[in-house]
Design a protein around this ligand. Structure first.
Ligand code: THU
Length: 160
């Protein structure tokens, strides 16, 4: 499922958190800042932003950082939604515009892992740095025919 949606207050708050954290992106090489905010079932929000490296290929995407932080907090089983916002940095470091980015291929695999471990559909909200547009995706739409834990005979702990 991919559709243009009108955000509820909860979704708007999640997008605001992703916008707030993208200012902390460490992206001096691409000068493309991305923020991600994960919402847990109890409403807790855990954020992340991209973390680049002088050895470019070691760079970490915002979604990966946010989901790794969620895992470190012991809350992978509680993931319900994630918002992603990104854009090119102006010379002063600010990020604006109405372009919507969607998760890269590696992040899609990591989103699938989170969805499988949570045992519930993960809503993915992609929004521009400015403006009201929001596109909602599902993992199945972003990564059809995914390879996942079931292929390795692994059943997530919260699925009996
Ligand atoms: N990036 C993300 O953080 N998430 C994505 O899904 C796409 C790309 C980052 C990686 C890199 O730091 C910069 O954006 C440019 O590719």
């Amino acid at each position: 499922m991919t559709s243009l949606i009108t955000p509820t207050p909860d979704i708007a708050a999640l997008i605001a958190a992703a916008r707030a954290v993208l200012v902390n992106a460490h992206a001096p090489y691409s000068r493309f800042a991305v923020g991600a905010a994960v919402r847990l079932t109890d409403g807790t929000i855990i954020t992340g932003c991209n973390f680049e490296n002088a050895s470019y290929g070691l760079s970490l995407c915002a979604e990966t950082v946010a989901l790794a932080a969620t895992n470190a907090a012991g809350r992978l089983a509680d993931v319900a939604a994630i918002a992603v916002v990104g854009g090119a940095m102006a010379p002063d470091g600010s990020v604006g515009g109405d372009a919507i980015v969607s998760p890269c291929g590696r992040c899609r695999q990591i989103l699938n892992e989170a969805e499988q471990m949570a045992g519930r559909p993960l809503a993915i909200y992609c929004a521009p740095p400015e403006g009201d547009a929001v596109v909602e995706h599902s993992v199945a739409t972003l990564l059809p025919h995914a390879f996942g834990p079931a292929d390795l005979g692994i059943t997530p702990r919260n699925k009996s």
